[in-house]
Design a protein around this ligand. Structure first.
Ligand SMILES: NC(=O)c1ccc[n+]([C@@H]2O[C@H](COP(=O)([O-])OP(=O)(O)OC[C@H]3O[C@@H](n4cnc5c(N)ncnc54)[C@H](O)[C@@H]3O)[C@@H](O)[C@H]2O)c1
Length: 244
């Protein structure tokens, strides 16, 4: 089953973690991958094992997206799928939360979604087919402390997703968000076992999430079978939330 055969997919934050799993999953389903990260996505490219395009770009940069659009257009002449996954997530209680941290968080997590749409929705419109999936976080519904800036950015992603979905629906383009649980990546590597357990014990599915648990729903949203799903927020958190 290669439902994404012939599709060109951009995944940001593809060098590791959830982004790497998403890129591998989309490649398994037949997509040609453009791996975007602030560092080289060599391990992801190696795991995919066939030709990929790897770009080193800061996703908060307008110039970076402009360069990316030019390079991808030159190489592929099209883009069908964009997964906005790269993120900045420093812990900072209000007393430590500087304006710089606030701006950087919004820029990497939310501005990037807007910029990706500005540069790549026109290419999707030309072919009247497209998929955008924006990675939010189930933390927006938890009692996490020190993450207000991050939660604001991840909640903003849902607003942008809904609004953009309305604008592009007539062009055969869907825009959705996926909200992962706390997942086993570098982001959570420092969590003590006890803290991990206290997370998954709140879930219906009693284990810690792995990156591939998130990649599956993303891949589904990128396929033809999800053509009638748009503007939605899909929670992939083992059943911690009961209402999304
Ligand atoms: N891991 C979790 O527990 C968890 C939970 C909920 C949501 N999420 C979300 O899932 C996504 C992936 O998380 P992860 O745990 O795999 O993170 P990660 O830190 O392991 O990987 C993020 C990747 O994004 C890249 N990146 C960061 N800033 C960038 C920038 N400005 N430009 C380009 N690339 C940049 C990093 O280099 C890295 O390779 C994020 O959107 C995160 O908010 C993660």
């Amino acid at each position: 089953m290669r439902p994404l055969e012939g599709r060109v997919a951009i995944v940001t934050g593809a060098a590791q973690g959830i982004g790497r799993a998403i890129a591998v999953k989309l490649a398994e389903q037949g997509a040609e991958l453009v791996l975007v990260d602030q560092k080289v996505s060599s391990e992801t490219a190696e795991e995919i094992g066939r030709r990929t395009m790897s770009l080193v770009v800061d996703v908060s940069s307008d110039d970076g997206w402009a360069r990316m659009a030019k390079d991808v257009d030159q190489e592929h002449g099209r883009v069908d799928i964009v997964v906005n996954n790269a993120a900045y997530y420093p812990h900072a209680l209000l007393e430590d939360l500087t304006f710089d941290i606030w701006h950087r968080t919004i820029a990497v997590n939310l501005d990037a979604c807007f910029l990706s749409a500005k540069y790549f929705i026109p290419m999707m419109r030309k072919r009247t087919w497209g998929r955008m999936v924006n990675i939010s976080s189930n933390s927006i519904g938890t009692n996490s402390k020190g993450m207000s800036h991050y939660m604001a950015s991840k909640m903003g992603i849902l607003g942008f997703t809904r609004g953009l979905a309305n604008e592009v629906a007539d062009d055969g383009i869907t825009v959705n968000a996926v909200l992962p649980a706390i997942t086993n990546t570098a982001a959570t590597a420092g969590m003590p076992e006890e803290a991990r357990r206290s997370v998954w014990q709140q879930q219906a599915i009693q284990r810690f999430a792995e990156p591939m648990d998130i990649a599956g729903p993303v891949a589904f949203l990128c396929g033809n079978d999800a053509a009638f799903i748009t503007g939605q927020s899909i929670v992939a958190d083992g059943g911690m939330y009961k209402i999304s």
